[in-house]
Ligand binder design. Structure first.
Ligand code: MSP
Length: 522
């Protein structure tokens, strides 16, 4: 076992197209969790990757006059560079075409075959190539896939079925005993009622395509892409006996979008039960983004492009906006005007200004070095304000504050909690009026305490915000005269307590962290 392991995963993305805002959302959320837990001293394993087999990829490649692997190689290159650009710190990147993955997939199918969980039969029914999903007659919406709206195709082929129906009772029991298995709660209820309606066996091999992992004991079949894909979460750890598997399984959290909960919250746990492998602790399904109020689609050509958006507004504001906009689990709308609004208000006016005015005052009133705080004289007008500021800082760290929200995977609430300190510190400036204190010689002690407290509040804020905006926060720390956050050092906990800042630290004011952006019309 790694000390205090934390294993977080994203879905592995199809390689038919380069990632858009939706994919970047999950990946950024996973990155924030990974950075946060590393900072809190846990041993983190963060996995992302690509889903490269199946009809959808086979057809996308053919349409491009490429082989599927050529297409995959090309898109993987773009995806990797996008993740680097977005400051994603995954520990591993799995591709389902890698031998290390295919080996595990075949091994799993041998096991399922031996345990009697598979049987050969005929599949006749509908298939959605876009979702790679088998659909029952009563699931179709006027001949179309109920999820993506594309035309369903008739499929008739020999297939191996997985006896998923045999796991219905065990799955229901698991949902009852571990309600945290599916989050948020609305998704748990949805899954529970669908499972209660009855589980059918699921087709897990295909004979009508060739682009997939061959079934080891019957080579005219390839393995159904969804089972192949789900297994990435354990193949990347070297299931069944790899060191990483021993150290990190079961996963702490699979982050996914709400459209793929059936695969993750029903099919996946049933497969794991059949293998006698413990289930992941939590599958968290986030909501979907629309763009200016509209669903994004290829036909409309209205996908938000993470590269163009971050070129215009910066990577960290984009990361911040995605996680701050709505509670994790709910749907949200992306618009440039909303992004600019948050940028100017939260980042520019609240955070950026706090830093700028604090550093300006430290330079002006104390020659650029953080002063030594003093015990405030009784009767000083700064006593209550300073106590208040310190109480807010303690409140952010206390139960119900930032850490509770992060443990609960509620990014927007965690940020709100950190922002209480940002706002309180700005208010503190107004209340203590350092420019007045600076005018009288006998208030030097109070001025020192006020300036120290502001710089200290900013140091503490930097620790909370770093997982969300690593580059901007490292720059903020540089201006504060602090080292960049080194995620190998445990900086949360005791280090985030009041008083950690060394008096005498030399600050170095730079350009405003978040210069104002022209408002974008609605
Ligand atoms: N390959 C499968 C996942 C296999 S995991 C074992 C897949 N890939 S995907 O590339 O189509 O989508 C990946 C993720 O992107 C899904 O979680 C999906 O919810 C998410 N999103 C796609 N469009 C989205 C939005 N508009 N908004 C938010 N997330 C969205 O599914």
């Amino acid at each position: 076992m790694a000390p205090d392991p934390f294993y977080v995963t994203t879905p592995i993305y199809y390689v038919n197209d380069i990632p858009h805002i939706g994919h970047s959302y999950t990946t950024i959320a996973a990155d924030v969790l990974a950075r946060y837990h590393r900072l809190a001293g846990r041993t983190v394993h963060f996995l992302t990757g690509t889903d490269e087999h199946g009809t959808k990829i086979e057809r996308a490649a053919a349409a491009n006059n490429e082989t599927p692997i050529e297409l995959a190689d090309r898109v993987v290159k773009r995806s990797r560079s996008l993740w680097e650009h977005l400051e994603i710190t995954h520990d591993d990147f799995i591709r389902t075409t890698q031998p290390r993955h295919e080996r595990v997939v075949q091994d799993v199918f041998n096991r399922l075959h031996e345990s009697g969980d598979l049987y050969l039969d005929q599949y006749e029914g509908w298939y959605c190539a876009s979702c790679e999903n088998f659909l029952a007659d009563d699931e179709l919406a006027e001949g179309n896939c109920p999820d993506c709206g594309k035309k369903a195709e008739w499929a008739a082929e020999e297939t191996y079925y997985f006896r998923m129906s045999a796991y219905e009772d065990r799955l229901l029991e698991h949902l009852r005993e571990h309600p945290e298995f599916v989050r948020p709660e609305a998704r748990l209820n949805e899954i529970r009622s669908r499972v209660e309606a009855g589980l059918r066996d699921v087709s897990v091999t295909r004979t009508s395509i060739t682009w997939g992992v061959p079934l080891p004991f019957d080579e005219k079949h390839v393995i159904y892409v969804w089972i192949d894909a789900l297994l990435n979460y354990i193949s990347a750890l070297g299931y069944p006996d790899g060191d990483l598997f021993r150290a990190f399984w079961p996963a702490d959290v699979h982050l996914i979008g709400k459209d793929i909960i059936w695969f993750h919250c029903v099919i996946w746990p049933c497969v794991l039960m059949a293998l006698d492998v413990p289930l992941p602790k939590t599958v968290f399904a986030h909501g979907w983004w629309t763009h200016n109020g509209e669903k994004m689609s290829k036909s409309k050509g209205n996908f938000v492009d993470p590269v163009a958006t971050t070129d215009a507004y910066g990577v960290d504001p984009y990361r911040y906006f995605l996680l701050r906009s709505m509670p994790f689990g709910q749907d949200g709308d992306f618009s440039e005007s909303a992004l600019v609004g948050r940028y100017n208000n939260d980042l520019g006016n609240d955070l950026g200004n706090l830093l700028y005015r604090t550093l300006t005052m430290i330079e002006k009133y104390n020659d650029g070095s953080v002063p030594e705080p003093v015990d405030l004289p009784a009767g000083s007008s700064c006593v209550d304000a300073t106590t208040g500021l310190r109480e807010v800082a303690a409140g952010v760290a206390a139960a119900g504050g930032f850490h509770s929200q992060m443990a609960d995977i509620q990014f927007s609430r965690a940020l709100e909690s950190a922002w209480e300190l940002v706002r309180r510190a700005n208010q503190y400036v107004e209340e203590t009026r350092p420019w007045d204190l600076a005018r009288s010689d006998d208030r030097v002690g109070e001025l020192s305490t006020v300036l120290y407290s502001l710089a200290e509040a900013l140091r503490i804020i930097s620790l909370y915000l770093w997982p969300f905006m690593p580059a901007k926060i490292d720059e903020m720390r540089r201006q504060l005269g602090l080292e960049p956050v080194d995620s190998k050092r445990v900086l949360l906990g005791a280090a985030a307590e009041w008083g950690g800042l060394e008096p005498g630290t030399r600050v170095c004011k730079g350009e405003p962290l978040f210069p104002k952006i022209e408002e974008v019309p609605e």
